[in-house]
Design a protein around this ligand. Sequence first.
Ligand code: NAD
Length: 338
Amino acid sequence: MSKVKVGINGYGTIGKRVAAAVSKQDDMEIVGVTKTRPTFEAKTAISKGFNIYAPEGSFQAFKDAGLPVKGSIKDLYKAADIIVDCTPGDVGVTYKAEYEAAGIKAIFQGGEDHSLTGISFNSTANYSESWGAQFSRVVSCNTTGLLRTLSPIDKANKIVSAYVTLVRRAADPGDSKGGPINGLEPTVKLPTHHGPDVKSVMPWLNINTMAVKASTTLMHLHTVVVELQRESATEEILGIMRASPRVKLVRSGSGLKGTAELMELGKDLGRDRSDMYEVVVWEDGVKVVGKMLYYYQAVHQESDVVPENVDCIRSMCKLEEDASASVLKTNISLGIDR
Ligand code: NAD
């Protein structure tokens, strides 16, 4: 069977990780990535063997920088079966008509609205909804993390309501423009957009969210309070989490006290870019009292959506019908515990 040909539009934080992850699969391959300018990222993409496609107006700049360009962004559409659009939020929408005209499939990211595609994707919660679709959208990093824990809990013991406070990283580590660099900034438009984003995949879920931006770059941290339909026990919830894909249980008592130690663990595990693809839950911070469940989880915003993009390609391109088989295949390739 020939491999599905994947193009990446936008080779930044998410795009370069998706390109690396796709390259590790045996049923898909990268045919090219786009760069708008001849930056260091364009140079490293070439050194990794990726073809560069660029806007026609920038060909001379690439030539001056000594970086070869394979063609224009529209030429990439001819070489690819599917584009993973990893351009900044609200830029992907400007490309949809071009993908449509070229007759190719495209995956958008969480920075675009659900209404752009009408389908949003998460491997655990709704893999099959994107089956054969021309367009889908992998939800944001925070939404991905929430769906990975809330969806299996809801299947086992219906969630009456969920209340989540998101302590958000202010910027990605490679971003010198973001902020705040000192202080905490509450998001005053309430409830925040995170709840509706979770509902784009689990429309029946009663979820309410608030958010605070914190001066850290490493990870987001969620405090989650869930009211369950029936009384439960801490051990029952831990059992559900242990059986859920891409949920990593750690113990604060083992020295993994916070996000700093978690990212150190990512380095020790020898992952690409020391990424932590799983949502991380503190086992000793999970507590059930009657029908109320409390837990904390951490989200590595740069990487948790990466395996979901790989699975989304499989669903849209009809490579694997069984969600758990795709998840397992992706997990093995990326060194994620099964
Ligand atoms: P980024 O800024 O790191 O990368 C975007 C890339 O797109 C850059 O290389 C930029 O040069 C390029 N680009 C800009 N305009 C372009 C254009 N018109 N055509 C082609 N390329 C263009 O952004 P990111 O953090 O990788 O985010 C990409 C998407 O993923 C957004 O929708 C974002 O909301 C979502 N997302 C980001 C994170 C995160 O924490 N970084 C997590 C999950 C999802």
